[in-house]
Design a protein around this ligand. Structure first.
Ligand SMILES: Cc1cc2nc3c(=O)[nH]c(=O)nc-3n(C[C@H](O)[C@H](O)[C@H](O)COP(=O)(O)OP(=O)(O)OC[C@H]3O[C@@H](n4cnc5c(N)ncnc54)[C@H](O)[C@@H]3O)c2cc1C
Length: 320
């Protein structure tokens, strides 16, 4: 049996749902799946994880108990667990946390690392990754003593595969002496994490100011969507950087992406090109976003969002 590790992520004590897509991608007839959990209790997540095919759920702790967030000690602890359980392939999310941990783990193991994978073949050791702002897709063959992959959140549809998971508490001896985390600050954005969202409504320069983003939030709230933004909206100080989608922001793959007043630059597309369905709302029928989407509405975004919110409210209230 080949032992595959999944670096699990939680947020505010809740298992991120994008973990389930990664687990789905890692399943295979001869694969034993090890969920590696740092900073949490395995018992809390056992039921959810065994429903997707995790066989062993390894709760990694220190002598003193749960490990507080520290990228050096967390990556050291994961390596310790991989070594102990004989895991030689590790998959995680290309998230903020994944970007902290996976490169450290790969560097320490002298292992090849591919981040932001959009497809993975674990038997052939090949991965697909979009390059040059999404203009090309590279197939990369990976060779090494072990394999570390970061998966783009939401690119794999999570499919249940019920089974039984065993929770194992593993105590690491690893101690971080080089880095001390003094403070963790919550970012200014609220609501659903962009990379976790099934639906994203984003605003660009067409939003005109910060206050107008409230109309996107109102609409998003009705359907459980997250609100994103173009870089122009972020650079203007209308919304925090954590809401930026694109080459220098978040890379997202929601089922539906609604771009309001966003022209569709190559840098913006780099972050949302793999969305399931793209909808453009733009006054310019020649905008790149309009030309490269699935559905478009050539209209004023303020009028359109207002109508959409009204209609959605009727549907939501009817369902309640
Ligand atoms: C190195 C580098 C990295 C970058 N990284 C990113 C990145 O990560 N993310 C990103 O987004 N950009 C990024 N950019 C910037 C990028 O090149 C574009 O400048 C930016 O994406 C444009 O944002 P926008 O579409 O909101 O604005 P614009 O291009 O100005 O488009 C505004 C659109 O709004 C429409 N509009 C205006 N009013 C209305 C209305 N009332 N109703 C409907 N439509 C309306 C207009 O027709 C227009 O299409 C990067 C650039 C560089 C050089």
């Amino acid at each position: 049996m080949r032992k595959i590790g999944i670096l699990l992520e939680t947020k505010d004590g809740v298992l991120k749902k994008t973990n389930f897509g990664v687990i789905t991608a890692a399943r295979g007839a001869d694969h034993e799946l090890y969920g590696l959990l740092v900073g949490g209790s395995g018992a809390d997540y056992k039921t959810a994880l065994e429903a997707y095919g995790i066989h062993k759920l390894v709760e990694i702790t220190a002598k003193e108990g749960a490990l507080d967030w520290n990228p050096v000690s967390w990556s050291g602890a994961v390596i310790d667990a991989m070594d102990h359980f004989g895991v030689n392939t590790l998959l995680g999310l290309t998230s903020a946390q994944g970007k902290e941990l996976l490169p450290r783990i790969a560097a320490a193991l002298d292992a090849p690392l591919v981040m932001d994978c959009i497809d993975i073949n674990l038997s052939e050791h090949t991965v697909k990754k979009s390059q040059f702002s999404g203009k090309t897709v590279a197939t990369i063959e990976v060779k090494g003593p072990c394999y570390i992959y970061g998966v783009r959140p939401n690119v794999f549809e999570a499919k249940p595969s019920p089974g039984q998971a065993e929770v194992i508490v593993f105590q690491t001896d690893f101690e971080s002496d080089g880095l001390v985390v003094k403070e963790v600050r919550q970012d200014a954005s609220r609501g659903i994490d962009l990379t976790e969202a099934d639906i994203i409504i984003s605003g660009g320069r067409g939003m005109k100011n910060s206050d107008n983003f409230a109309i996107l939030s109102e609409c998003a709230e009705l359907i459980g969507a997250a609100v994103g933004a173009s870089r122009v909206a972020v650079d203007a100080g209308w919304v925090p950087h954590s809401m930026q989608v694109g080459q220098t922001g978040a890379t997202v793959s929601p089922k539906v992406y609604i771009a309001c007043g966003i022209s569709g630059s190559v840098q913006h597309f780099a972050g949302m090109k793999t969305s399931g369905l793209i909808v453009a709302i733009n006054t310019d029928s020649e905008a790149n976003m309009v030309k490269n989407c699935d559905y478009y509405i050539v209209a004023d975004l303020f009028e359109t969002i207002q109508l959409l919110t009204k209609q959605l409210a009727v549907i939501v209230n009817k369902d309640q």
